[in-house]
Design a protein around this ligand. Structure first.
Ligand code: BTN
Length: 262
């Protein structure tokens, strides 16, 4: 009989919820995102958290790789949002990551859409993917945080632009504690999101977003846009105002270059 291609968790734990009640732990996987998608409908449903100690093919946004050596936190969360708001939820997922980092002593912020940065260096990232299984729409929200990573373990090109909790704070931070703290805030966001208080959540996002007010170059599928990051809309688009005062909304893109405003 051929081997089952779906990796098996080393443990399955119950959580108190209210939404995320199952925690699947893995040692090494290619990507928790891919495992989550394989497991949809066969062990993973809304409210499942997948966490791995390391990944051999961690995925970042826009087809980039996410270096995933041991010590980091690699998580995928399965939710069933309204498909119209999946990008907004992915954006808001940055809030609990920043809150957890600040709780553990790293005063991080968000670079739009949801790069988690500290002193201009990347410390975490979020990849939100929408998937259908039959008629059911799922979002798999992947969160990677450089918690207990020695920077030497990262590829050289990544290392120069990255930092880790281990590098920034002297105390040891346990990944399970970090995850629990982050999940408490994530559950809160999903609950509020469902009860329609998204505008309030976007206000929280704006408060943590280090991009607003900066001069930016945004690379989108339609080309580059230069101007000042002016605001984030209720659905999560970045509003960029050019030198003539003309505003444009960017739904997806990479803020390549952020200079401090005078
Ligand atoms: C980015 O900033 O480009 C997003 C990085 C997302 C990485 C996380 S780690 C857990 C989950 N599994 C993956 O393969 N990617 C996400």
């Amino acid at each position: 009989m051929p081997d089952d291609p779906v990796p098996q968790p080393v443990s399955t734990e119950e959580r108190p919820g209210p939404i995320f009640r199952t925690l699947l732990r893995f040692d090494a996987v290619d990507s928790t995102q891919e495992v989550a998608k394989l497991l949809l409908g066969r062990g993973a449903d809304e409210g499942t958290i997948l966490v791995a100690k390391r990944q051999s093919a961690g995925k970042g946004r826009h087809g980039r790789a996410w270096a995933s050596p041991p010590g980091g936190l690699y998580v995928s969360l399965v939710v069933r949002p309204d498909p119209r708001y999946v990008a907004t939820l992915g954006l808001l997922a940055g809030i609990p990551v920043v809150k957890a980092l600040r709780h553990y002593g790293v005063f991080a912020g968000l670079k739009w859409p949801n790069d988690v940065v500290f002193m201009g260096k990347k410390i975490g990232g979020i990849l939100s993917e929408g998937v259908y299984r039959g008629d059911a729409f799922y979002a798999v929200i992947g969160i990677g945080v450089n918690t207990g990573i020695d920077l030497e373990r990262l590829p050289e090109d990544v290392r120069a632009r990255a930092t880790s909790v281990k590098r920034e704070v002297p105390e040891y931070v346990d990944n399970d504690d970090f995850l629990e703290y982050m999940m408490k805030h994530f559950e809160d966001i999903v609950s509020k999101f469902r009860t329609g208080t998204r505008d309030r959540l976007i206000k929280d996002y704006r408060g943590l977003c280090a991009t607003i007010g900066k001069d930016v170059v945004v690379t989108t599928s339609q080309g580059k846009l230069r101007g000042r990051a002016y605001d984030v809309t209720p659905l999560g688009a970045l509003v960029v105002m050019d030198a003539k005062g003309v505003k444009a909304e960017v739904v997806d893109g990479t803020v390549e270059d952020v200079h401090s405003s005078p």
